[in-house]
Design a protein around this ligand. Structure first.
Ligand SMILES: [Zn+2]
Length: 273
């Protein structure tokens, strides 16, 4: 049973602090799907490296991205490590692909400019409205990535895992709910695979920063729900953010590019154990 579309919602810098935050929308998603609070980011635990590994299915050594590079140049079109958007585009030439992000380097420097992706960059609140509007009005949708930045901004400002960051995580859950509700309003819930995850945590070596291999920096939450995912399916402890790429293409019934290191978590989808 494959999904008609995949929607990935990233909560930047939220680590696994979501466990203690008020997140009713995430909780409802988790209740009908699979999740772990013990997945791992890549090292270094920095946004471009981590989102880069999620989107390209390989380690930072291979995709070569860091925040400075992602902010200053387009992702090389000749890279042997295609993004998940490129992989889906090749399989679905007429597919509708969209990336709605707060942190612009994802759209400008991590996803290939030639992959035919609708790129939108806005602050989180407007971003949630725009993404929900896109879902309500589009003729179809194959793959959408949404990145909310506020949890990371709050972590840098107030400290990771603090009450201030928890409030921001709760707000991010509300924005995520707008997207989930837009999908429901179209009658698409049963045919849509949602993945909600963080790229890294923080507070490991410094209360207001991240980047190290400390468990507080490296441990992330990872949740998914949709076709082929049984409620309560176990997520292997070995799951890394990189593996998300393999989950996305598998959910759509596509083969992962052979160069990817991303591994499909065993037993996540019915029939893959
Ligand atoms: Zn980040």
């Amino acid at each position: 049973m494959f999904a008609k579309r995949v929607i990935v919602i990233g909560w930047d810098g939220a680590g696994n602090f979501v466990r203690e935050a008020r997140t009713p929308h995430l909780d409802r998603l988790i209740a009908r799907g699979a999740y772990t609070y013990e997945a791992k980011a890549v090292i270094p635990t920095i946004s471009a490296q981590c989102w880069g590994s999620m989107l390209h299915g390989v380690s930072p050594l291979k995709h070569g991205l860091d925040n400075g590079i992602a902010a200053s140049r387009a992702y090389p079109e000749q890279s042997p490590y295609p993004s998940v958007f490129r992989a889906v585009r090749e399989a679905r030439p007429a597919g509708e692909l969209a990336s709605y992000v707060c942190w612009k380097p994802i759209n400008n420097g991590i996803i290939e400019q030639s992959a035919g992706v609708r790129f939108v960059s806005q602050a989180d609140e407007e971003l949630a409205e725009a993404a929900a509007g896109h879902i309500r009005e589009c003729s179809g949708l194959d793959l959408m990535f949404i990145q909310f930045d506020a949890p990371d901004i709050a972590g840098h400002k107030d400290g990771y895992g603090t009450a201030g960051q928890m409030r921001t995580i709760a707000e991010t859950d509300g924005r995520t709910g707008k997207v989930i509700e837009a999908v429901a309003a179209r009658g698409w819930t049963e045919e849509t695979l949602f993945i909600v995850l963080s790229d890294h945590g923080g507070g490991g070596e410094r209360p207001d920063s991240h980047g190290s291999s400390h468990p507080l920096d490296q441990t992330i939450f990872w949740a998914c729900a949709g076709p082929g995912i049984r409620a309560g399916s176990a997520v292997p402890v070995s799951l890394t953010i990189t593996d998300t790429a393999a989950v996305i293409v598998h959910a759509l019934g596509l083969e992962a590019p052979s160069q990817w290191e991303a591994k499909l978590p065993e037993g996540l989808f019915s029939g893959t154990a």
